[in-house]
Design a protein around this ligand. Structure first.
Ligand code: ZN
Length: 260
């Protein structure tokens, strides 16, 4: 009889548990969970990977290297560098589900404990309100002008790299309106030929990035002081430091460079 294996996405805060195998780090895959789930915690089913069920739960304390030398807990962002992409991607989903679980224990209207009604649904037993994971959409746009693209340095960026204009969707706005508004607010520029590029879940903690390409239309760069510390059009020979591979910003830039 085939034994039932499970991929276990075990988190402590934003750190995911990885296991060292011959070909590098992986999400633990075994019959039993690699660590006991704390009493009272929910083990969530989050779909399958290569036909193998995936489950996730949160720990109250991290696992130390002394207990298990082949195991390592790293921040979700850093896990991108270690895990195969599919496992990193699924870990992002697990993290969002755990965050949702943590933030929907009680009904915000009644204050009573909610009940889980599906893998991604909870309900208040009193007012019947239902709670699903909230996802915050944000846009990001590559703006071309001749043979250069607009790159900006946000004040909240860690490190010294430049990125692309990006921002959160506001209530009542279309994605296209959001792109035009963000570009105008952050740089004072008008753009044209807005086209959809692609999207990417962004589990930090629960977003989705929607990427666009556009062309410069008119205006002089006037940076929004509160958010940006620098911004200019850069040609491919004079690009500043660009974002890491994991981001949609980088995909947009690589696509422009012809490297994707
Ligand atoms: Zn309620």
């Amino acid at each position: 009889m085939k034994t039932e294996q499970t991929y276990w996405f075990v988190f402590y805060k934003d750190q995911v548990l990885m296991e060292q195998q011959a070909d590098g780090y992986h999400i633990p895959c075994s019959q039993e969970p690699p660590v006991k789930a704390p009493i009272g915690s929910t083990v969530h089913y989050i779909g399958e990977m290569e036909g193998i069920p995936c489950k996730t739960y949160a720990l109250h304390s991290p696992i130390s290297g002394e207990e298990a030398p082949t195991r390592l807990m790293v921040g979700l962002r850093a896990s991108y560098d270690e895990l195969p992409f599919e496992e990193y991607y699924k870990a992002g989903k697990a993290f969002q589900i755990l965050n949702w679980d943590q933030n929907t224990r009680y009904c915000p209207s009644c204050g009573v404990p909610t009940k889980q009604i599906s893998d991604i649904g909870k309900k208040c037993p009193q007012c019947r309100q239902e709670f699903y994971p909230h996802i915050s959409p944000a846009i990001i746009v590559r703006i071309e002008k001749g043979d250069s693209i607009l790159m900006v340095r946000a004040k909240n960026f860690r490190g010294s790299y430049y990125g692309l204009v990006a921002g959160f969707l506001e209530a009542g706005e279309t994605l296209e309106e959001c792109v035009h508004r963000e570009v105008m607010e952050e740089t004072g520029l008008r753009i044209k030929n807005l086209k959809y590029f692609g999207s990417q879940p962004w589990p930090y903690p629960s977003g989705v990035m929607i990427g666009f390409t556009a062309e410069y239309e008119s205006g002089e760069i006037k940076l929004q002081d509160e958010e940006l510390s620098a911004g200019a059009f850069f040609s491919r020979d004079h690009l500043p430091e660009i974002p890491k591979k994991l981001s949609l910003a980088r995909k947009l830039i690589d696509d422009w460079l012809g490297e994707s």
